[in-house]
Design a protein around this ligand. Structure first.
Ligand SMILES: [Zn+2]
Length: 467
């Protein structure tokens, strides 16, 4: 007994010291951890070395100043790189290089041209590199910061208040509006036209902003349903602007509606706001990645069909980072749950992007087409014709399969809608322009572009009716 007790005592001491060690290690780790954390400097603060002016002092004082809150693009340019016949593979390799390094930033591309944004300090190096490869380029935007400054002559606070007083909301289509105005407009419509509109939030973004969907319906029996979204890529401002214009038209002509519409005008609200407050050219959402200094997931690579395949990246620092898994992001997940819960008879899934003027159908994951692609091609061509009628001779939109017409990109919402939701007419529509302004499309083009988007919706509605 005694012996046993002695052994018990020894074991107790051993366990106790082990516990102590574990606790100490834990405390130690937490101290280290905390110390580490204390040295993390938020990206809006900059530590500057400043010489102290006082006499008898040669010490250097550390001063802290708040960094300019906005990313600027002074001296940056947008170039269009072209391949001649026989250079297509070369251009494709060069593009992959750009994508892998993130320098320069890729704006858009197809088989024969690539648009890139070049920062001032990179201009000589990129120019040398392209000459070395014997690739021609032209400067499309001379002064990107100037283009950004001139893009959205915003309404004054007084004009905004006047608008709100007169109309009950601040929405109009001569300028690009903040999220608050767009959501305010949707709530206004739901309150004012409760027989036709209702608004629900289908979830929240990473930073907690609501994902507001408006349902527009005049209650006709057996009406097909269409899904429309915009703004999944933050910097494509024309997309939410055009989609809200569509909302306006549908509500004002609600007695003629022959379908039910479910519309999410800003699918990436955090990114969208960030393009106003910090960086006009932000694309992704605002998810902070664990173990990486970089932020954001490309939401249009995050959907759960063929996730992580061609045209995506596993690196959180890349513009096409697909996230940690399919539907890892609250924004894409909210859309998925909405469709899982909805009993509506969805026949179309339209997602508006910019730029390039394309009407694209699946698949995006590879250069393949779904079995009924001929129907998608046919309706796509009708859409292109209607757009030309609405927008004029210059409003030429190219119709085609996503991966073939542009480039392969897996995890897109249209592929998921087509393959998993089995929605017949799934299209990604790239709105204006063809590259003169790119993402920085001046606000005076909102209305003409939105009319083209509306024409597309009307043609697809017709197609849905005859299914
Ligand atoms: Zn896009």
């Amino acid at each position: 007994m005694r012996k046993a007790g002695g052994s018990h005592g020894a074991r107790f001491v051993a366990i106790a010291s082990l516990l102590l060690l574990v606790v100490l290690a834990f405390v130690d780790a937490s101290v280290i951890h905390r110390q580490k954390r204390e040295f993390v400097i938020p990206d809006w603060i900059e530590i500057v070395d400043e010489p102290v002016q006082a006499e008898n002092s040669k010490t250097i004082q550390r001063a802290v100043r708040v960094r300019d809150a906005k990313v600027t693009y002074d001296g940056a340019q947008v170039w269009r790189v072209r391949s001649s016949e026989g250079q297509k593979d070369l251009l494709s390799n060069v593009t992959t290089d750009f994508q892998d390094t993130g320098l320069p930033s890729l704006w858009t591309r197809n088989d024969t041209t690539v648009d890139v944004m070049v920062r001032l300090e990179e201009i000589p190096r990129l120019s040398r590199y392209l000459k070395q490869k014997d690739l021609e380029y032209q400067v499309v935007i001379e002064d990107l910061q100037k283009a950004i400054d001139e893009e959205n002559p915003s309404l004054s606070e007084q004009e905004m208040e006047e608008l709100e007083g007169r109309k009950g909301h601040r929405m109009e289509w001569s300028s690009y509006h903040r999220l608050e105005d767009i959501h305010g407009y949707m709530d206004y419509l739901a309150e004012t036209f409760p027989d036709v509109c209702s608004v629900v939030s289908i979830g929240n973004s990473v930073e907690g902003r609501p994902l507001k969907v408006i349902r527009i319906s005049n209650g006709k029996a057996n009406a097909p349903a269409l899904w429309i979204d915009g703004g999944i890529h933050a910097r494509e401002w024309i997309s939410p602007a055009a989609v809200t214009y569509i909302i306006n038209h549908l509500v004002e002509n609600s007695e003629d509606l022959e379908a039910d519409y479910y519309i999410l005008p800003v699918a990436n609200p955090d990114g969208y706001e960030y393009t106003f407050t910090r960086d006009r050219l932000w694309r992704k959402n605002r998810k902070r990645s664990v173990g990486s200094p970089c932020t954001g997931v490309d939401l249009n690579r995050n959907f759960g069909y063929r996730w992580g395949g061609l045209g995506t990246s596993k690196d959180p620092c890349r513009e096409i980072y697909a996230g940690s898994g399919p539907f890892s992001e609250p924004e894409t997940n909210a859309i998925r749950y909405f469709f899982e819960a909805s009993a509506a008879n969805f026949k179309a899934y339209l997602t508006f992007h910019s730029y390039g003027q394309y009407i694209l159908y699946p698949w995006g994951y590879d250069k393949r087409v779904p079995p009924d692609y001929a129907d998608l091609e046919m309706v796509g061509k009708q859409v292109a014709a209607a757009i030309k009628k609405a927008g004029g001779a210059n409003s030429v939109y190219t119709v085609g399969n996503s991966a073939t017409t542009l480039y392969a990109a897996s995890g897109g919402s249209d592929d998921w809608a087509k393959a998993i939701l089995k929605i017949k007419y799934a299209y990604t529509i790239e709105l204006r322009d063809t590259g003169k302004y790119g993402f920085v499309l001046p606000a005076r083009y909102i209305t003409p572009t939105a009319k083209e988007a509306l024409a597309a919706v009307m043609v697809v509605t017709e197609a849905c009716k005859s299914l």
